[in-house]
Design a protein around this ligand. Structure first.
Ligand code: ADP
Length: 498
């Protein structure tokens, strides 16, 4: 995409200043310069300035001051109204945000519009509704012999200062997942977007100001993961980290968080199974498998990267998959006809190329994926492999690129053993008209959410998160809110004083 394809509003924003938002003030970053590339054109869109670690300290202090000040005192109705105003502003500017997202990330404009105009504002609206429904309980504690002597209460309080560290993919959606529940809970937030694609976060910071967010309630700092991200994870002034990204970084955050035992929620990698039984419409389900494996050019944690196909339909399925995938259009993400935009960076493209080479070397059969790609831009053709042994690297590791492993099965139990023989446990789906079989299989997959004849449905009401090394905790739904609340128990003597 050339800069000319951008609307004047998006271009003006991208080329403007991307200061840090600290305590309600725009502050010039004093850290490193970070050039932001358009992965489709390989040109530099703009350069942002990272925060220094001292500026991170200021942001954390501003968040703490907000909790003790205006933001902490705001009543729950006004907090909900603020989140609703913010949601409306995201909706108002969804077209601009989608353009920015496509420019910095390379994802097709159509899917950027879905994230910016639908998922993200829906999350803010959903959590706006929770602000005045955060309640505790009353109960009869047994203290000593006489139950009548005491009354117990619980109240739910904001967990405190939250550090939100998000990845480059679908950042308006990631902000919905991190900011909406934490702000609804009454926490104050320091947000660090990914250094590869920080511009949507910069835009959200501006909208939070416009919505009337009190100073320090939301602070936005830019910077590299190894410096500012790591400093957040180990920061004594941060009470909780909410993170989405790779499993390796998630583990580093857990270690760094041990210093002050801050709470941690993690949404990490996946290797999601897509399990197809013979009683399905083979052509239609093959197309759906492709769309869920190649979503965002495969750069999605829930991507259906392991497709288990029953032997009875395997060959027909693979043929349909190949025919469909060969016709997918890889190219300019601003073109409405494009199915897959580029990968986010040259490094990511190289990584994916390494996996494709490993699959060939290990003896998998490439059904498609060798066709040429545009010379400029980090493009990769969607690749389908069959004859994949579950022990191969492409079947075991998270690739974050458009590479599908098709694994043949005939025995349900052995298939399930293979499905679960992975360190990941994020998501998955089962495709069959036989409801008993669907539920039996769904129950036995070790993952946080399973679709039956649907893959990766994202709704604000549906809890989402990973088992095993795919994460800690849940996002979306009431569960997502609870991650930002702490319970205080109060016991009141109501009988005779001692
Ligand atoms: P991805 O593979 O999606 O880029 P990463 O896990 O590498 O995921 O990065 C996700 C986010 O984590 C980014 O904002 C990045 O800057 C940040 N990050 C990277 N390394 C660290 C670290 N050691 N500590 C904290 N945050 C980090």
């Amino acid at each position: 995409m050339t800069a000319h394809a951008l609307s004047p509003q998006a271009r003006e924003f991208i080329e403007g200043d991307h200061h840090l938002l600290i305590g309600g003030e725009w502050v010039r970053g004093r850290g490193a310069d970070i050039p932001i590339e358009n992965p489709a054109s390989e040109t530099v869109l703009t350069t942002i300035r990272a925060a220094s670690t001292e500026q991170l300290d200021h942001a954390v202090a501003a968040a703490r001051a907000a909790l003790n000040g205006l933001w902490g005192r705001m009543n729950v109705r006004d907090r909900g109204l603020l989140l609703n105003r913010f949601s409306a502003l995201i909706e108002r500017d969804a077209g601009i945000i989608a353009e920015i997202m496509t420019a910095e990330l390379g994802q097709t404009l159509a899917s950027s519009r879905g994230v910016a105009g639908s998922l993200s504002p829906a999350l803010f609206r959903y959590y706006a509704g929770w602000t005045d429904k955060i309640t505790g309980e009353a109960f009869d504690p047994i203290v000593g012999a006489d139950v009548q002597q005491f009354m117990g209460l619980t109240i739910r309080e904001p967990i405190g200062v939250v550090g939100a560290i998000i990845p480059w993919n679908a950042s308006p959606g990631m902000m919905g997942l991190k900011l909406a529940p934490s702000l609804a809970a009454g926490c104050a937030v320091v947000l660090k977007p990914a250094e590869l694609a920080p511009l949507c976060a910069s835009y959200f910071a501006r909208l939070w100001q416009e919505a009337g967010g009190p100073p320090g309630s939301l602070n936005v700092v830019h910077g590299h993961g190894a410096t500012i991200g790591a400093a957040m994870a180990s920061h004594d002034g941060i009470d909780k980290i909410t993170f989405t990204g790779s499993t390796a970084v998630g583990k580093a955050i857990v270690v760094a968080a041990a210093g002050n035992l801050k709470k941690v929620t993690l949404e990490l990698g996946g290797k999601s199974p897509f399990i197809v039984f013979p009683d399905v419409d083979v052509e239609a389900v093959a197309r759906t498998a492709a769309s869920w494996c190649f979503v965002a050019s495969g750069q999605a944690c829930i991507a259906a990267t392991r497709v288990f196909v029953h032997a009875d339909i395997h060959d027909r399925f693979v043929e349909a998959l190949g025919n469909h995938t060969r016709n997918l259009i890889v190219g300019d993400p601003t073109e409405p006809s494009t199915n897959l935009g580029p990968l986010v960076s040259a490094a990511q493209k190289q990584r994916v190329a390494g996996y494709i080479a490993s699959a060939k070397a290990e003896g998998a059969r490439m059904v498609c994926g060798d066709e040429p790609v545009p010379a400029v831009g980090h493009y990769v053709r969607p690749a389908v492999f069959t004859e994949v042994d579950p022990a191969m690297r492409i079947a075991r590791e998270e690739i974050f690129g458009p590479v599908m492993s098709v694994i043949r099965f005939d025995d349900e139990q052995r298939m399930l053993d293979t499905v679960n023989d992975t360190p990941f446990g994020l998501s998955g789906s089962v495709w069959t008209r036989d409801l008993e079989r669907a539920l039996r299989v769904a129950r036995r997959i070790d993952a946080g959410q399973i679709g039956v004849n649907v893959h990766g449905p994202m709704s604000p009401q549906t809890p989402f998160g990973g088992n095993k090394q795919s994460g800690w905790g849940r996002e979306f739904a009431r569960n997502g809110l609870e991650e930002f609340l702490k319970i205080k128990a109060i016991t009141i003597r109501i009988g005779d004083r001692p």
